[in-house]
Design a protein around this ligand. Structure first.
Ligand SMILES: *[C@@H]1O[C@H](CO)[C@@H](O)[C@H](O)[C@H]1NC(C)=O
Ligand SMILES: *[C@@H]1O[C@H](CO)[C@@H](O)[C@H](O)[C@H]1NC(C)=O
Ligand SMILES: *[C@@H]1O[C@H](CO)[C@@H](O)[C@H](O)[C@H]1NC(C)=O
Ligand SMILES: *[C@@H]1O[C@H](CO)[C@@H](O)[C@H](O)[C@H]1NC(C)=O
Ligand SMILES: *[C@@H]1O[C@H](CO)[C@@H](O)[C@H](O)[C@H]1NC(C)=O
Ligand SMILES: *[C@@H]1O[C@H](CO)[C@@H](O)[C@H](O)[C@H]1NC(C)=O
Length: 495
């Protein structure tokens, strides 16, 4: 089965079909397209409201009228569920799988019937001492299982036949035990019995993810005190810091302590104004946009307030059109042409196939695969969400709170992504005016230049050379070197 997303690859074409109003996303698309739509949809607010998350937001729970009272998150009995969630084997997996896999649901709201799907892979070696890592993809509305696990950092990738798997030797479960969470409800296999839950936002996503973690740690109590890290990419530049902040503030008032040590966010959307400026400057610096367009954008767009004039929007549209038909995820890479059949012999973690999303969609819709994963039988799609209600225009205040909270923070960036490029990350971090602790320098992975790194007081910024938006898809070895350094709390190797 072909996913319809190939139609949406050229993101600027799809706005008329998908944009039904303020923050209403209703169509199947991919991770980058959903992000693009969200950003563009803010036109209807001029300038957009920041809605940064002060501590107060965290106490203001959904149940109206609770005032400053903390309403405890739901925690249900998890007895026997770890065993029930064990995946004996994934259909089509290669021989010699030497680690344990689990998959299933965690109920986060029994009244509404809301449950989140996760896939958990332990490390082949010394899993009982390795850290616990949560991975989140963005969108909003895109699947951490279909992207993160099956196309990026998971132990398997789907072959071009859409039915069998090959091993990813650079999977992050070499260095950690990794949970992939499909979040919020409505995404991937995660669901709610109340369909009004499918109109959701950042706040609900963070609350449900927090409730998921509390229950998951009851199901897997051996992980309760383990060092815990949250990682993710793209729009998870919102989810990851917001969940971290939720954990910090709830650790403070409940007896349950989640042992959060750090966060790492890749090609992460963290500030609308600096993100947009960085994107168009990247287009210009990488010869994708004309001098005139870039000058027009920088002259007419007020990137301080985000109150964009009509002239600004016109120049931005011109910049989008000048791109032509390229893969904005990976500006120097090929685009998917599904009429060219890839030979099975080419299936390898070392050359990322731009049609991978189709193979994953086929695989995850096989009834035997859904059964092996303990998933509710459903039409699985890479991205799906009906509407997005709340999304701060900047996450930088949240990041500042995490710095004060002593959380290790890495912002990493594949340097050939055009959607949330390195310039967007740099401009965003630069607004924090953090002093430099370790100057910009190259880092290496297997004697090859892997990228560059600079350590600010409180934030480490690392690039991954030659990687697109989904970093481990394109540079699996470099990505593993980078994340290993992050988990160890060291800078990536200087030689
Ligand atoms: C918390 O709830 C209790 C009982 O509902 C109420 O008596 C108390 O005033 C509330 N406290 C605050 C700070 O709202
Ligand atoms: C596992 O842990 C043992 C004991 O700490 C150590 O000797 C061994 O090298 C570790 N193996 C791996 C692959 O990390
Ligand atoms: C579904 O959720 C909405 C919004 O929270 C609520 O108003 C409604 O009563 C719920 N419907 C059912 C059937 O529970
Ligand atoms: C923790 O609680 C103390 C005392 O209530 C408060 O001053 C502090 O701001 C809280 N910290 C966080 C991270 O919420
Ligand atoms: C935004 O800019 C327009 C002019 O381009 C101005 O008329 C409007 O008042 C501004 N809005 C705000 C909230 O500053
Ligand atoms: C895909 O490849 C076929 C066969 O080479 C070619 O005819 C077709 O034009 C290509 N389509 C696109 C969109 O590039």
């Amino acid at each position: 089965m072909r996913s319809p997303s190939s139609m949406f690859r050229y993101s600027s074409l799809l706005l008329p079909f998908c944009l039904l109003g303020f923050l209403v996303l209703y169509c199947y698309a991919n991770q980058v397209d959903n992000l693009y739509k969200l950003i563009k949809s803010r036109r209807s607010e001029n300038p957009p409201q920041p809605e940064a998350w002060p501590a107060a937001v965290l106490d203001d729970d959904d149940d109206a009228g609770s005032g400053n009272n903390f309403s405890a998150a739901y925690v249900g009995s998890q007895a026997g569920l770890e065993k029930a969630d064990k995946v004996h084997a994934l259909p089509g997996e290669p021989e010699g799988v030497d680690f344990d896999q689990y998959a299933g649901y965690v109920t986060v709201d029994p009244k509404a019937g809301r449950a989140l799907f996760y896939y958990f892979v332990e490390s082949p070696q010394n899993s009982s001492t390795k850290p616990l890592v949560l991975w989140l993809n963005g969108g909003p509305g895109c699947s951490s299982f279909g992207y993160g696990a099956m196309q990026e950092l998971g132990p398997f990738r789907v072959n071009s036949d859409g039915r069998t798997l090959h091993r990813n030797n650079y999977a992050w479960n070499n260095v950690a035990n990794v949970i992939f969470l499909e979040s919020p409800a409505g995404v991937g296999f995660s669901y709610s019995k109340n369909s009004s839950d499918y109109i959701t936002g950042d706040k609900r996503t963070a609350d449900d993810s927090y409730t998921f973690l509390l229950n998951w740690l009851e199901r897997y109590p051996q992980y309760k005190t383990r060092d815990f890290f949250i990682t993710g990419e793209s729009y998870a530049g919102h989810y990851v810091p917001q969940l971290a902040q939720t954990i910090l503030s709830k650790n403070n008032i409940t007896k349950t302590i989640i042992n959060l040590k750090g966060i790492a966010i890749g090609n992460a959307w963290i500030d609308d104004n600096m993100g947009t400026k960085g994107m168009y400057d990247y287009f210009w610096a990488h010869a994708l946009n004309s001098d005139e367009t870039n000058a027009g954008i920088n002259k007419n767009c007020d990137f301080v307030t985000g109150n964009f004039s009509n002239a600004c929007y016109q120049y931005q549209s011109q910049g989008d059109e000048e791109l032509g038909q390229l893969d904005i995820y990976n500006i120097y890479g090929p685009v998917c042409n599904s009429s060219i059949k890839q030979s099975h012999a080419m299936d390898s973690v070392n050359n990322f196939d731009p049609c991978s999303e189709h193979y994953v969609t086929s695989y995850l819709n096989l009834p035997e695969v859904q059964e092996a994963l303990h998933a509710k039988g459903t039409q699985w799609a890479a991205c799906r969400i009906s509407g997005w209600t709340d999304s701060p225009t900047t996450i930088l205040p949240t990041i500042m709170q995490l710095i004060y909270g002593g959380v290790r923070i890495w912002v990493y960036s594949g340097d050939v992504d055009g959607r949330v490029p390195i310039t967007s990350s740099r401009y965003s971090i630069n607004t924090l005016k953090l002093p430099v602790d370790t100057a910009w320098r190259p880092w290496y992975s297997s004697n090859e230049l892997g990228g560059y790194v600079v350590e600010y007081k409180g934030v480490i910024l690392a690039t991954i050379r030659g990687a697109g938006h989904t970093v481990p898809s394109y540079q699996p070895e470099g990505a593993l070197t980078m994340i290993s350094s992050f988990l160890q709390g060291t800078l990536p190797p200087p030689s």
